[in-house]
Design a protein around this ligand. Structure first.
Ligand code: UTP
Length: 298
């Protein structure tokens, strides 16, 4: 019988240079969209997909991230004493069970593939998810949950995919599609950051993966790829066409925000703000006011 997916790796060892100087002291994953750090969105999505073991691959300077997942008894007592039950619930929702969360260090930022490989002993011989917290996805059914359902059909490695305009293919890994079955596509190749004219499709890989242990074995070879980094995409691509392997893309339903970039982060802040009952009215009024002022100034 196929093993159930219960483990997820969160690679957060990158330096987050696009957010300097903030990331000098604040890990990117702790930066907040409205009132929740990026990493909380990632954890919530993983929980909804049935993940029970949360493995963070961290690096120097990420202790704020570990502290975030600690329980805060003094704060909880204080909120209880003051009768602030809503806030208490919000806080308690972020608590993780003891032993459910593990931290592994990536000692050198050798690439995303290397970060995932650092967690190999905790994964052993099981399928696992990889979630990049800076890709935030707003969806009615959380993206990883959608992928778990699709994975139950295919049993093979699967990457989240979304359509991008031709001028953007050079920012992503792009799928070479063998068969398009709607939500699921089978993959015959993956091309890293092709120019529009060389792109085999407009389906880009984004930061959600369900991978078989074979991908970890491929990472054991520690082959360097683009940018002299150990690329996760290369290790996944090795599975393409294998009889007991194969790779699928999954067109998820939802909107993805690239919170690793400033523009994406700002867009997500507006979108998540507008989605909140307590903020929508003020925020949309403010937005229409500044749009009018901007138009008048032009
Ligand atoms: P990015 O390419 O966004 O790099 O990594 P970064 O360091 O986070 O940000 P910039 O580009 O300097 O602003 C994509 C994901 O892979 C992780 C990052 O933490 C992020 O979640 N990663 C990348 C690692 O964990 N280790 C690495 O060696 C490289």
């Amino acid at each position: 019988m196929r093993k159930k997916l219960t483990k997820a790796i969160f690679p957060v060892a990158g330096m987050g240079t696009r957010f300097l100087p903030a990331t000098k002291s604040v890990p990117k994953e702790i930066m907040t969209l409205v009132d929740r750090p990026l990493v909380q969105y990632a954890i919530d999505e993983a929980r909804a997909a049935g993940i029970k073991e949360f493995i963070f691959v961290t690096s120097r300077g990420k202790s704020a991230l570990e502290d975030y997942f600690d329980h805060s008894p003094i704060l909880e007592q204080e909120l209880e004493r003051k009768g602030k039950t809503d806030l208490l619930e919000t806080l308690q929702d972020t608590n993780m069970d003891s032993g459910a969360i593990a931290y592994i260090r990536q000692h050198k930022a050798l690439g995303l593939g290397h970060a995932v490989w650092c967690a190999r002993r905790l994964i052993a011989n099981e399928p696992f998810a990889v979630i990049l917290p800076d890709d935030v996805i707003a969806a009615e059914k959380p993206c990883l949950e959608q992928m778990v359902e699709a994975y139950e059909e295919t049993g093979a490695s699967m990457v989240a995919a979304m359509e991008v305009p031709p001028e953007k293919t050079s920012s992503y890994g792009i799928l070479d599609v063998q068969e398009d079955m709607g939500s699921i596509v089978s993959v015959k190749g993956m091309v890293e950051k092709p120019k529009a004219e060389d792109a085999p499709s407009n389906l880009a890989v984004i930061g959600r993966y369900i991978l078989t242990p074979a991908v970890l074995r491929n990472l054991n070879k520690k082959k360097t790829g683009a940018g002299n980094e150990i690329q996760l995409t290369d290790a996944i691509a090795e599975e393409i066409g294998k009889e007991d392997g194969g790779v699928y893309g999954y067109r998820f339903r939802g909107q993805r925000f690239d919170c690793g970039s400033k523009a994406g982060f700002l867009q997500a802040t507006v979108a998540f703000g507008l989605a909140r009952d307590d903020l929508r009215e003020d925020l949309s009024r403010y937005l229409s006011e500044i749009v009018q002022i901007d138009k008048a100034a032009q």
